[in-house]
Ligand binder design. Structure first.
Ligand code: FMN
Length: 328
């Protein structure tokens, strides 16, 4: 089984990837999408979204980071994929799942799922443009308005020669509304002879077991669940291996938050430093009640130092922290 950290634009950047992969259990990350219109982008765009390119395309704990491209025109997608490969990306992922209206209006993301021929043409051009040693993967939803083009898209991607396919088990119309239809993914698994990766609504080790059983996938992609419970990949792996693993306590999480906040304070412009910390807290509060209390105190703060002070105020000392989060 492999566990892949889902790409999340505006949320999972290089510092979050470093922090999450450090905790173990993850086999791969995928960057936020690089938006491709009609031209070859300069290297600095790739380096901004994937600073790991300067470190051999890996996080500090050695987990490879695939570079994700989003766009509707085959040739520019191919040219930019070739550039990403030259810059050292260990794999290229193509985004056919983004539901954002602005992205879909400009001919990118999930809207392309209405045209399996174009999906295939883009993937084939990208596959041809990068060396065979570099995997090309794709990420799709079940469809745009409905699921009717699902298997045509899967076939088109198989014919294009992609190496792997991640499927977020919802249509664009479904948005992020639960459930994720994991059993639909099994239809794609039947059809192709490369790995299919199941994605959507995996919040707990128990969800991971059910998702694998329903989708017939060995591999999973985890997104929001990891932001709520940073040790989810490790716990999922332990569950599948039948091992008991202790969950992170609030003390551990608050220390991670402090590290993250300090990094943002040091490396971001002052007005951008508080946002990512509050955003992460917004996820953590769904699992850790202590994060909800901290979020309530921090949500109006904009000064990075004040955010760090709030985290300290909510960090228990090692002796007082007996709270082990109860695994769902
Ligand atoms: C805030 C946010 C940003 C996202 N950005 C991307 C992205 O850049 N590329 C992509 O392929 N998917 C993106 N996604 C979709 C996720 O990768 C994933 O498919 C989705 O969240 C479902 O998985 P989950 O239930 O484990 O979170 C994003 C999702 C969210 C919530």
């Amino acid at each position: 089984m492999r566990l892949i950290l889902a790409p999340m634009e505006g949320v999972i950047d290089a510092s979050m990837r470093a922090l999450l992969t450090e905790l173990g259990g993850l086999d791969r990350c995928v960057t936020e999408f690089v938006r491709v219109s009609d031209r070859l982008l300069p290297p600095r765009v790739f380096h901004r979204l994937c600073p790991e390119l300067r470190e051999g395309g890996q996080t500090s704990s050695g987990v490879p980071v695939f570079l994700q491209l989003l766009g509707g025109q085959a040739q520019p997608m191919a040219d930019n994929a070739a550039r990403a490969a030259e810059l050292g990306a260990p794999g290229i992922d193509i985004n056919f799942g983004c539901p954002a209206k602005t992205v879909n209006r400009s001919d990118g993301g999930a809207i392309l799922l209405r045209e399996p021929l174009r999906v295939g043409a883009i993937a084939a051009a990208v596959r041809r443009a990068v060396p065979a040693s570099i995997p090309v993967t794709a990420k799709i939803r079940l469809g745009f308005e409905d699921r009717s083009p699902f298997l045509d898209n899967v076939r088109a991607l198989a014919d294009a020669g992609v190496d792997e396919l991640a499927i977020h088990a919802r249509t664009r119309s479904d948005g992020y509304k639960p459930p994720a239809w994991w059993d639909e993914i099994a239809r794609a698994v039947e059809l192709v002879d490369f790995p299919v990766i199941a994605n959507g609504e995996i919040w707990s080790p128990d969800d991971s077991r059910r998702a694998r059983a329903a989708s017939h996938c060995a591999d999973l992609m985890l997104g929001r669940g990891v932001l709520c419970r940073p040790d989810l990949p490790r716990l999922v792996r332990a569950t599948i291996d039948g091992i008991d693993a202790p969950a992170l306590r609030w003390l551990d999480i608050s220390e991670l938050l402090q590290v993250f906040a300090q990094q943002k304070r040091l490396h971001c412009a002052e007005r951008h430093a508080a946002g990512p910390v509050k955003q992460w807290l917004g996820y953590l509060r769904h699992y850790y009640p202590q994060a909800a209390a901290l979020f309530a105190d921090a949500k109006r703060l904009t000064d990075p130092e004040a955010i760090c002070a709030a985290i300290s105020a909510h960090t228990p000392t090692r002796t007082e922290d007996h709270t082990i989060a109860v695994a769902a």
